[in-house]
Design a protein around this ligand. Structure first.
Ligand SMILES: Nc1nc2c(ncn2[C@@H]2O[C@H](COP(=O)(O)OP(=O)(O)OP(=O)(O)O)[C@@H](O)[C@H]2O)c(=O)[nH]1
Ligand SMILES: Nc1nc2c(ncn2[C@@H]2O[C@H](COP(=O)(O)OP(=O)(O)OP(=O)(O)O)[C@@H](O)[C@H]2O)c(=O)[nH]1
Ligand SMILES: [Mg+2]
Ligand SMILES: [Mg+2]
Lengths: 277, 291
């Protein structure tokens, strides 16, 4: 793809195909191609390779206009991990805890998904594998109560970081969003000098619905950054570009597998290279 | 909505008298935009628009008093042709039990769907055994056991370390108990994971399922085509189940999956509870895609 030498309407159609098939979405795709055409006219670009490079820089410009400055090695942070069902919250919470453990940071996991079958056991299994303590109640308990106990335990036992794993919930369910608001309030009240970082976990295979998810979760829990998971598949995760362009939500981390090491910092250059690669 | 946008386009064009092919193309650009926003795959959309155009660039649109309605009608008919009619029948084996394999990407809803389908069949008076064949994900077996307890269905938990053996044993167990259906809950996997796709082929060869159902998340974007195509090529899908349709996703993945595999989407997951499961209605997804 994109190997032709000259620049013509068909070339732009091919660029459009690459962006659309990457889930960048029609609106952001149109904006990017519009900017590219302006540059072609202004800078008199004629070489296909030069144009591709120009498009890449346009995308990188978008990413640098909205950066996440998340440092997983930071101490004194409470992470609230949220998102819709099945995106990889629990696995990501475990990966984050593993990273902190390796850095010698005292980290506590909180199993605040009290709804889904065996959700608590799932996080506990990870905790046991990592040698990380997991605060939990029984299934059906009030998630806010678990969060409260989690933050209290962190204070009592001197844990630097806390990672609160929550139940998957659709952004269209008002009662579940209300439950999440309550969990956040409880967490905020128990920070004890730590900083709160709400992370939205998004699945790279998700299409334009990711934008709706981001909009709602930000309103409800003030998610400041996202984790884009399952980038080890064939989905390109182009919604990351639309998220920066239309919602102003940056990607901080990417999930690239089911293993405990498969969590990386989001690097725009790598992302763009994979997009056009 | 698409029909409102088309009305607007044709209202603006009306003033110039007779419509031209170029005018129809303007309308088709609007249809294309709606489909892409609805997550229908780029190539599926391209194909679809070509089909609609072939029908629309004819007397019926160019001389119609209601061109917007005519375009919508053609779009609707073409959608219905591709999506087919509601088809929730599960095949039955010549000799019970009938084996159903649930496959798909990580987190798409397979384990929950195994419970839902089991409950659905039990309500129809069938005897069902659930088989916990995901030996990989932490507490996956426990998850299916909890669901089984909730709905009063037996769950087979093997002692073997290998999913192929567990499936074989589970099917044998269902046979011993004289049950009608045995549902295999497999581990989520990438369609590009050679080893894990080969594992599914091994399970298929070992238990000869009458149904191999792709469990896919209704929020899936462009990648739906790659996933469906690969699972279909490797295993021969007999159908699909679309989950999380209780979200506000437009569900274009449904059209993509159907278009590239020809497999019917048999059921829809419409919530987290095991009762939230229904026969898939193609006309409803058409309405969602058209917005
Ligand atoms: N390939 C791949 N799989 C992943 C990744 N992250 C998570 N998964 C898998 O996705 C599936 C769902 O992960 P979970 O961590 O249970 O997701 P969740 O968001 O906590 O799910 P709910 O709590 O049910 O809403 C599991 O099979 C994980 O192993 C990733 O980066 N790549
Ligand atoms: N809202 C909603 N959630 C659903 C639906 N179906 C499944 N879920 C949820 O989606 C999440 C993932 O479901 P699982 O059944 O664990 O998915 P899975 O495919 O078995 O995951 P892996 O085994 O890790 O590949 C859970 O939180 C389920 O409750 C649905 O129709 N609607
Ligand atoms: Mg979870
Ligand atoms: Mg499962």
């Amino acid at each position: 793809l994109l190997r032709r030498g000259k620049v013509d309407e068909e070339f732009f159609a091919e660029l459009e195909a690459v962006l659309l098939q990457a889930d960048v979405g029609p609106a952001t795709t149109e904006k990017l191609l519009g900017r590219l055409k302006e540059r072609v006219a202004r800078e008199r670009l004629v070489e296909a390779e030069v144009l591709k490079e120009a498009l890449a820089t346009e995308v990188l410009a978008l990413f640098s206009s909205c950066r996440a400055d998340l440092d997983l090695s930071a101490r004194g942070v409470v992470y609230l991990v949220v998102g819709v069902n099945g995106v990889g919250k629990t696995t990501t919470a475990a990966k984050m805890a593993a990273h902190m453990r390796k850095e010698g940071i005292g980290v506590l996991l909180v199993a605040a998904d009290t709804f889904r079958a065996a959700a608590i056991e799932q996080l506990e299994t990870w905790g046991a594998r990592l040698g990380v303590e997991v605060i939990r109640h029984g299934p059906g308990a009030d998630p806010a109560a678990v969060a409260f106990d989690g933050l209290a335990a962190a204070r009592a036992r001197g844990y630097e970081n806390v990672i609160v794993d929550t139940a998957g919930r659709l952004h269209t369910k008002a009662n579940l969003l209300e439950e999440l608001r309550k969990v956040r309030r409880v967490v905020e009240a128990g920070l004890d000098g730590r900083r709160l970082c709400s992370l939205l976990v998004l699945d790279a295979t998700t299409g334009q619905n990711a934008l709706h998810q981001a909009q709602v979760f930000r309103e409800v829990v003030g998610t400041g950054a996202a984790v884009l998971t399952k980038l080890d598949g064939t989905a390109k995760g182009g919604v990351a570009i639309a998220l920066v362009d239309r919602i102003g939500l940056p990607i901080a981390l990417v999930g690239v597998g089911e293993g405990i090491e498969d969590l990386r910092e989001f690097v725009p250059e790598e992302f763009v290279a994979a997009l056009f690669g | 909505s698409l029909s409102e946008r088309l009305q607007e386009i044709f209202r603006r064009l009306r003033g110039k008298g007779r419509l031209s092919e170029a005018d129809v193309d303007a309308a088709l650009r609007e249809v294309r935009l709606a489909f892409l926003e609805a997550d229908v795959n780029y190539l599926v959309v391209k194909d679809f628009i070509a089909r609609v155009r072939a029908r629309a660039v004819g007397k019926e649109i160019l001389e119609s008093l209601t061109p917007a309605q005519q375009v919508i009608k053609i779009v609707h008919e073409e959608l219905t042709t591709i999506m087919g009619r509601a088809e929730a029948k599960l095949d039955r084996a010549a000799v019970p039990p009938s084996t159903v394999m649930l496959v798909g990407l990580q987190g798409s809803g397979k384990t929950t769907t195994a419970g839902k389908l089991g409950l659905y069949l039990r309500k129809q008076g069938r005897g069902v055994l659930l088989v916990a064949a995901d030996l990989r994900r932490p507490a996956a077996v426990k998850q299916l056991q909890v669901l089984g307890e909730d709905i009063g269905l037996p769950v087979y938990v093997g002692t073997a370390r290998d999913p192929v053996a567990v499936c074989r044993e589970g099917v044998a167990e269902a046979g011993r108990r004289g049950l009608d259906y045995v549902l295999l809950d497999t581990a989520g996997r990438l369609h590009v994971d050679e080893e894990l796709m080969a594992e599914l082929e091994e399970i298929k060869a070992a238990v000869r399922p009458v149904e191999i159902l792709l469990v896919a998340d209704a929020m899936t974007g462009q990648d739906a085509v790659n996933v469906a195509k690969t699972f279909h090529e490797r295993l021969g899908l007999t159908g699909a189940i679309l989950t999380k349709l209780d979200s506000d996703t437009r569900g274009g993945a449904a059209l993509s999956i159907r278009a590239v595999t020809g497999a019917p989407i048999k059921f829809a997951g419409v919530g987290e509870k095991l009762e939230q499961f229904e026969v898939f209605h193609p006309e409803r997804i058409a309405a969602r895609i058209l917005g």
